[in-house]
Ligand binder design. Structure first.
Ligand code: GUN
Length: 291
């Protein structure tokens, strides 16, 4: 039987645990506060940000919702970040990616105060992560580590194949897998759009993390019996549904499930964990900045 890893349930457990830490901070008169900044008309980004806001409310984190017109000058975003950096009540700042093309993404990541960078995207935080001394682990790969641990998957000595080399998922995931730490100690291969013979690599894997943003690019024929499959893809494809679309992973679920010992569904796998780990980092940020 394949274990279908329930990301909603694991995320709920993390939110329940966080409530105790939040109560403790409240007793010290600290209300963890996250500012989300959305500069985009992309409906998916709008949905993600509003879900993050709802999550904050559920656990008792104060959420500040900043929206900037997608065609506003870049300065408006930089001024907003400056104000949030200076605001002592704000513990975490999240600028939803992607930002519009006229905004320099790297400059955005560099101006966020690293102590408030709950995404873990600031170069200082990336450096710390690579050095094995993370301040805030990026939410999606951290969430995947938690999912694997909860599902009883030991990564030590395993062959982990990460498909995708994004700054948000692929690169930090590969780094975490290779670290000398729980959830690491794996032998890591990173594949991407220029990889030749992808199926050869994925067939050799004990763990596959699919994070390329290509709908159903990995199917059961590319996997070995007993593999653990983590599907990070959330691709909106047109469909005859009420919303006019459906969400499809980077993995062809049915054929992959036939091979896998454990697999995450889309939706309800990695997505809720990304959001839960954002709450985790925000509470951590509040604790660091209050003490
Ligand atoms: N866009 C897609 N995933 C993320 C994320 O984890 N953080 C931010 N800020 N933007 C994203």
């Amino acid at each position: 039987m394949t274990d279908v890893i329930d990301g909603n349930a694991v995320a709920q457990g993390i939110r329940d645990d966080l409530r105790a830490s939040i109560d403790q901070l409240e007793a010290e008169d600290v209300t963890p506060t996250l500012a989300t900044v959305l500069m985009s008309d992309d409906p998916a980004s709008e949905t993600y940000v509003s879900m993050k806001q709802d999550d904050c409310e559920e656990v008792g984190i104060e959420a500040i919702d900043v929206e900037i017109d997608s065609d506003a000058p870049a300065e408006e975003l930089f001024e907003t970040i400056d104000e949030l950096n200076a605001d002592e009540n704000v513990d975490g700042i999240l600028v939803q990616m992607p930002v519009p093309e006229h905004v320099d993404k790297r400059a955005v990541l560099e101006v966020i105060d690293p102590e408030k960078d709950v995404d873990g995207f600031h170069p200082e935080n990336v450096g710390r992560l690579v050095a094995g001394n993370a301040r805030y682990k990026p939410c999606t790969p951290h969430g995947i580590q938690k999912l694997l641990a909860t599902a009883g998957v030991d990564t030590e000595g395993k062959d982990a194949v990460v498909v995708g080399r994004s700054d948000i998922v692929g690169k930090p995931m590969a780094n975490l897998f290779m670290q000398k730490a729980d959830g690491g100690n794996a032998t890591v291969t990173v594949c991407h759009s220029r990889t030749e013979n992808l199926a050869e690599k994925t067939r050799d894997a004990d763990i596959v993390v699919a994070a390329a943003g290509v709908p159903e690019m990995i199917d059961g024929s590319m996997l070995s019996e007993g593999v653990v499959v983590i599907d990070v893809g959330i691709n909106r494809v047109d469909a005859d549904t009420e919303k006019g679309y459906e969400l499809i992973g980077d993995v062809e679920y049915d054929s992959a499930k036939d091979k896998a010992s454990a697999i995450t569904p889309v939706p309800g796998g990695v997505g809720p964990m990304t959001r839960a780990m954002l709450l985790y980092n925000t509470v951590k940020a509040a604790g660091r900045q209050s003490g």
